[in-house]
Design a protein around this ligand. Structure first.
Ligand code: ATR
Length: 274
């Protein structure tokens, strides 16, 4: 069967192999999908070896998404905007194509699974790293009213706002000003604080009356932010498990030309990771 893999470090708890196997079973496709743990220094070699040995496609997760973008020969618009890639695909001529499905996966999870109408929402994006860059454009494409980017280091927030180049809708603010910048209808946590085990100190005043809070991570990493959101009175607080399943589905479509039904896979994982 065709060979696929996910590269990360650590990777042992990755849900990607189970997700892709579940999709494959649904679609009657046989595939091999491995989790490959490799530290940053060995990433490029491990990827080249995988594709030289017949690998067709790979997902890439922390901490390799920027390196995956850098080693590819071709880049989709979504990957170029984000500056990172979570999907690598071998083209017929042997070159590697980088793509990023994070933002579209996140928007589809929010808009379709959680039935959140994104249009007209004043949105706060916390973070300006790879994950934040991945979702910024798709949120704007989905019609949010405004996007306020706040990052601990202001330079990265400014760089992202400059790259987007829509000053009427996109602005940056300082982290220290979070207590006084008003309230939002959608708050997206795209920082890696939770993954690093650090609790963000956020003022409750950030939440507007119909606020939806979304953390791009899931499990323990998302718990701190989502607890804060519930205590602060968020209408809706969701983690990034649905996003993970949707991003996997987009990679699956790219590789196999069939769109799987994500809902049963999401429900199974939700029970398992609850
Ligand atoms: P990722 O791929 O997860 O986005 P990244 O590109 O390293 O990883 O970006 C991490 C993001 O989380 C950055 O926006 C970072 O802020 P800085 O640019 O100031 O480093 C943010 N971040 C990490 N730890 C944080 C913390 N304790 N408080 C606030 N922001 C934090």
């Amino acid at each position: 069967p065709a060979q696929f893999a996910v590269f990360g470090h650590p990777i042992s708890h990755s849900l990607s192999p189970a997700i892709h196997q579940a999709f494959a079973q649904q679609c009657g496709i046989e595939l091999e999908y491995r989790a490959i743990d490799v530290p940053p220094a060995g990433f490029a070699d491990a990827v080249r070896r995988f594709f030289a040995d017949g690998g067709r496609g790979a997902n890439v997760t922390l901490p390799h998404k920027a390196a995956a973008f850098a080693l590819a020969d071709k880049h989709s618009v979504a990957a170029t905007r984000a500056g990172t890639a979570n999907v690598l695909t071998r083209l017929d001529d042997g070159r590697l194509a980088a793509h990023n499905t994070d933002g579209d996966g996140m928007v589809r999870d929010l808009a379709e699974r959680h039935e959140v109408d994104l249009r007209g929402r004043d949105t706060l994006l916390l973070g300006a790293g790879g994950a934040a860059r991945g979702v910024a454009w798709p949120l704007l494409d989905a019609g949010v009213q405004s996007l306020t980017i706040v990052n601990r280091s202001p330079a990265a927030a400014d760089a992202l706002a400059d790259a987007i180049g829509e000053p009427a809708r996109v602005r940056t603010r300082y982290w220290d000003d979070l207590a006084t910048i008003g309230s939002f209808d959608l708050i997206v946590n795209a920082t890696s604080a939770g993954v690093l085990g650090v609790a963000l100190q956020l003022p409750f005043a950030l939440l507007g009356s119909r606020a939806v809070c979304y953390d791009l991570s899931y499990g323990k990493a998302a718990a701190g932010f989502l607890d804060w959101a519930r205590v602060a009175g968020a209408r809706y607080a969701c983690n990034g498990l649905g996003m993970l399943v949707e991003t996997a589905a987009d990679a699956f479509v790219l590789w196999h030309g069939q769109r799987p039904d994500t809902e049963p896979v999401y429900q199974t994982l939700r029970r398992q990771t609850a």
